[in-house]
Design a protein around this ligand. Structure first.
Ligand SMILES: N[C@@H](CCC(=O)N[C@@H](CS)C(=O)NCC(=O)O)C(=O)O
Length: 210
């Protein structure tokens, strides 16, 4: 009888996707074994991938029979399913609401602010860089004020809110959004990067225009 050593979890992502980084970081923090499939733009157009996510987007997590697209949905699932400590997704109503608020910011302002500015700068595409930078500055100013008197976004310890918001803030300079005006955000980034097992979001090797 042969025993399969294949991990139950597969993550479809790419190394420079901040959305995929959220999931990869959390899988590593939880110490869960997983198989990583590099789903580049070509792969994402394939019928096989579109069967997993009709939106053609990464990340997608497959865990046994479950096929789950969307980085935030995946963080919620992994926390509920595998975080025995309950620390990463608190249940107390106030903290739970704060976590949800920052997950919404991760999917909204951070996606259409620093993430879009980075995409447009590094790879081009549709959208206004000026609008994206304006949204980025607004959310970073808000984050900086919020973090001035606290270590973590949603609770007194790190939660999935910090994991969800980290990558696109860390790499905002790749969209020509300097982080110098946001000292509390920079200190928070250092705290996030010191979380055991979290691997920092890689810097793009693509040369940036001035
Ligand atoms: N709401 C989704 C957004 C994911 C997303 O935008 N992924 C990008 C890569 S960072 C993607 O796959 N883009 C390809 C496309 O939209 O065609 C999530 O949170 O996972």
């Amino acid at each position: 009888m042969s025993i399969s050593t294949q991990p139950a979890i597969t993550l479809y992502g790419t190394p420079l996707s901040g959305h995929a980084h959220r999931v990869e970081a959390f899988l590593n923090i939880l110490g869960l074994p997983y198989r990583y499939v590099d789903a580049n733009a070509e792969v994402r157009k394939s019928e096989t991938f579109l069967a997993l996510n009709p939106f053609g987007q990464i990340p997608v997590l497959v865990d046994g029979d479950l096929v789950l697209p969307d980085s935030v949905a995946i963080l919620v699932y992994l926390a509920d399913r595998y975080d025995g400590s309950g620390h990463w997704k608190p249940k107390a109503p106030e903290e739970a609401a704060q976590v949800q608020r920052w997950l919404s910011i991760a999917s909204g302002d951070l996606r259409f602010g620093p993430a879009l500015a980075r995409i447009l700068t590094l790879w081009g595409g549709a959208g206004s860089l000026t609008d994206a930078q304006r949204i980025a500055e607004r959310v970073l100013r808000f984050m900086d004020g919020h973090l001035a008197g606290r270590d973590w976004l949603a609770a007194e310890r790190p939660t999935i809110a910090d994991i969800a918001c980290y990558a696109y803030v860390a790499r905002a300079p790749e969209g020509h959004i300097p982080l110098d005006p946001y000292p509390a955000v920079r200190r928070w980034l250092e705290r996030v990067e010191a979380i055991p097992a979290l691997t920092p979001m890689p810097q793009s090797a693509i040369p940036q225009s001035a």
